[in-house]
Design a protein around this ligand. Structure first.
Ligand code: SF4
Length: 349
């Protein structure tokens, strides 16, 4: 059978109706007593060469989405389609080509590199595993080129992970991901553990690599401020669901979901003397074991009204390319605090 033909106009990755419910076991016989609804019906796509940032507070399910795409576990429901081919239901033996095309960079550069392997061997492993070098000389050439790409000296291949700083280790992690020649890299809080200046360097590196290699990135982060300068679109997650998706500029200028509005209010404004009106959300994120009925955000939402407590809002388009799950958009514009350029209006100079 021929391999499916790649269609340049088709999204590289399509996730639809993704659910991951982890069973809770307990009681005398260790039976299932409930579920953690970690991801509960998430849909999005990523185009070739695009960065989509998946943003939300800790525990919202964003890392679980990344792991589900990587097929680190079986999903409960939904589909993950890579370049037109469903990958969530592939048997273990058929996963190899997918594993080459989708790579990951993890948060912790200290624990994600094997301390007993020199950098050369860390980089050689995926090249060998995926049969990407035909000779020893080609292997060495590829390793040297990877060191150049992540701006580390070539002779550092003989060193051990503990001899590098956190930022340098993350560069090695990125080089290891690139070694497989992927089309998509999932960056799971990839800069969260780094100092501010190092964070900026790694983000710049990822941006440069994306442009040079045409990579798609799924950038998972709890921090909207980090993604502002490097993403094309943003998807905001709350308690297992995507509540807003939009191109970056639209989302930052005019959020259409109260949760996004609150997250944005904490992002520093890059204009001297300007500041946003900070929105402090009440309470903690509810437990994903027992999510609230209706809109999951209603227990913390400053605009909640009766309908929010009874009916779950679907994700629907508020303007071209901008989607939000909020009942406010059924109200007349004059009663909707998020209609118009609300995001811009919260800037108080
Ligand atoms: Fe707030 Fe209601 Fe909108 Fe949910 S649906 S975000 S509770 S206004």
């Amino acid at each position: 059978m021929n391999a499916p033909v790649s269609d340049a106009n088709r999204p590289l990755l399509e996730v639809s109706g993704l659910k991951k419910h982890f069973p809770l076991r307990g009681g005398f016989l260790g039976g299932v007593t409930g579920y953690v609804y970690a991801v509960d019906g998430v849909s999005f796509h990523i185009n070739r060469g695009e960065t989509l940032s998946l943003v939300g507070e800790s525990g919202c399910g964003k890392s679980t989405v990344g792991k589900a795409i990587l097929k680190l576990f079986d999903i409960t429901d939904g589909q993950v389609v890579l370049d037109g081919r469903r990958i969530d239901n592939l048997p273990a033996g058929a996963l190899r080509p997918m594993r080459r095309r989708v790579q990951v960079v993890f948060q912790d550069p200290f624990s994600s590199l094997n301390p007993r392997m020199r950098v050369r061997d860390i980089l050689a492993e995926p090249i060998r595993n995926f049969g990407l070098a035909r000779s020893r000389a080609e292997l060495e050439e590829r390793i040297a080129a990877l060191m150049d790409k992540v701006r580390l000296p070539r002779d550092a291949v003989n060193r051990w992970p503990h001899e590098f700083s956190g930022g340098q280790r993350q560069r090695i992690g990125i080089a290891r991901a690139l070694a497989a020649e992927p089309e998509l890299i999932i960056c799971d809080e990839a800069v969260s553990a780094l100092d501010v200046s190092v964070k900026a360097q790694i983000i710049n590196l990822l941006q440069d690599l994306q442009q040079e290699l045409g990579l798609a990135l799924l950038f998972i982060s709890h921090d909207l401020a980090i993604v502002e300068h490097m993403t094309h679109r943003v998807a905001v997650m709350y308690l297992g669901k995507i509540v807003e998706v939009a191109p970056k500029r639209q989302l930052f200028a005019a959020p259409r979901h109260p949760y996004t509005e609150a997250l944005l209010s904490a992002v520093p404004v890059p204009m001297p003397g300007a500041q946003r009106e900070r929105i402090i959300l009440k309470g903690d994120v509810p437990s994903p074991i027992n999510p609230p009925k209706g809109c999951r955000f209603h227990t913390r939402c400053p605009y909640a009204f009766d309908r929010c407590r009874a009916e779950e809002p679907p994700l629907r388009q508020t303007e071209a390319g901008h989607w939000a799950a909020c009942h406010l958009h059924d109200l007349p514009a004059e009663q909707n605090p998020l209609a118009g350029a609300k995001g811009a209006a919260v800037l108080a100079v």
